[in-house]
Design a protein around this ligand. Structure first.
Ligand SMILES: Cc1cc2nc3c(=O)[nH]c(=O)nc-3n(C[C@H](O)[C@H](O)[C@H](O)COP(=O)(O)OP(=O)(O)OC[C@H]3O[C@@H](n4cnc5c(N)ncnc54)[C@H](O)[C@@H]3O)c2cc1C
Length: 325
């Protein structure tokens, strides 16, 4: 690990100014950044510890749930407002990592965590994400965990978060502050597909800080389910995950929200499947049709062909569970 300086600003302005200098980075819980620095994947000469900033609030205002970016994953999962108004988010958070990690991990850090592609972590291997234009080790390597949607030969890594899959399904908004002021980014536009710049995971500008996430009011309080399929029952990243939320009234699906994790470089919304469910009865047959629509465009690699069937079955199961809880 390289030597670095360390500062602990107490205002947003000071934090944003501090990160603009040298090769500086924000640090929150440190559960991802420190591992990457210890392995030499990320080299930073200055860490700007943001834990003293006033970004730990959870508030409901006119139906909009405001979540400060320093709220811990464990606190968020158990918060009464989240369990009551957005149980899907609570379920997704509890499916992530372990209790100890969730006690350290923050909302902002979770959104910014890097991929778990082993070629990204192995500094002896090519990786366009770690070292642009060096190639993609995973493309011809062991790509069992990798993407089936939105990837290209530059990068087939997936975004590893569980929380973000629920936030994408719930149409959240990301609030950020930077040297040029504040702005709001729709959650589904926050993370990026690899395109020609796989080194970029998201659309956060240089020196911008995530200050909060907001979730609009919705009717997804009853028929929701977060399904995570993984190699071990706990403490493992998703092979495939599904966030399913249905608003069912009078036996008809009024609105549907579906997003997947473990399948793309970003949390993957399934708008065509949502459309196919809207106005329909919540039946096994309609769930099967929607799931098949959702995975029509899947493209697999040597070791992850199983993921298409796994994704299709997982969508159906999540929808079924959402209607039987
Ligand atoms: C063994 C293990 C298992 C795990 N399993 C899962 C899992 O199953 N599901 C899952 O979702 N996650 C999992 N994780 C990942 C874990 O959730 C993340 O490491 C954690 O959420 C990162 O949050 P942090 O606050 O520790 O971030 P940090 O490590 O402090 O920071 C991560 C990145 O975010 C940036 N950053 C932090 N806060 C902000 C901000 N407010 N604005 C801008 N940039 C910011 C930092 O500069 C850094 O680049 C696992 C981690 C480990 C180590």
């Amino acid at each position: 690990m390289n030597q670095f300086s360390y500062v602990r600003p107490t205002s947003l302005k000071a934090a944003i100014e501090a990160v603009a200098k040298n090769n500086a980075r924000f640090i929150a819980g440190g559960t991802n950044l420190l591992d990457l620095m210890k392995n030499g994947v990320i080299i930073s000469d200055k860490l700007v510890d943001i834990n003293r900033l006033p970004l730990k609030d959870i508030q409901l205002d006119n139906g909009v749930l405001h979540i400060g970016s320093l709220v811990l994953n464990s606190d968020l999962a158990e918060h009464e407002l989240v369990k009551t108004h957005h149980p899907l988010l609570s379920q997704a958070l509890l499916a992530g990592a372990s209790q100890q990690l969730r006690n350290m991990a923050t909302v902002g850090g979770n959104m910014m965590q890097r991929t778990r592609c082993s070629y990204y972590y192995d500094t002896t291997m090519p990786c366009n994400k770690r070292s642009p234009n060096s190639g993609c080790g995973a493309l011809g390597g062991i790509n069992r965990m990798h993407a089936i949607f939105g990837a290209n030969d530059n990068c087939i890594a997936v975004h590893p978060s569980d929380m973000c899959v629920a936030l994408a399904a719930l149409d959240a908004t990301v609030l950020v502050s930077g040297p040029k002021g504040d702005r709001h980014i729709p959650f589904t536009d926050f993370h990026r597909l690899p395109g020609n710049t796989p080194q970029l995971d998201n659309n956060l500008g240089k020196n911008e800080l995530i200050t909060a996430v907001e979730i609009p009011a919705n009717n997804f309080t009853k028929n929701v389910y977060y399904l995570k399929v993984r190699d071990r029952a706990s403490y493992a990243f998703a092979l495939v995950s599904v966030a399913a939320a249905l608003d069912i009234r009078d036996g008809v699906i009024q609105q549907a929200r579906l997003a997947m994790g473990g399948v793309a470089h970003k949390p993957w919304r399934l708008p065509d499947a949502e459309k196919a469910l809207t106005g329909k009865a919540p039946t096994v047959e309609n769930f099967r049709i929607a799931a098949n629509i959702a995975t029509q465009s899947a493209k697999t690699y040597k070791h992850n062909a199983f993921k298409t069937a796994l994704a299709t079955n997982s969508i159906q199961t999540a929808l079924l569970k959402a209607t039987t809880v």
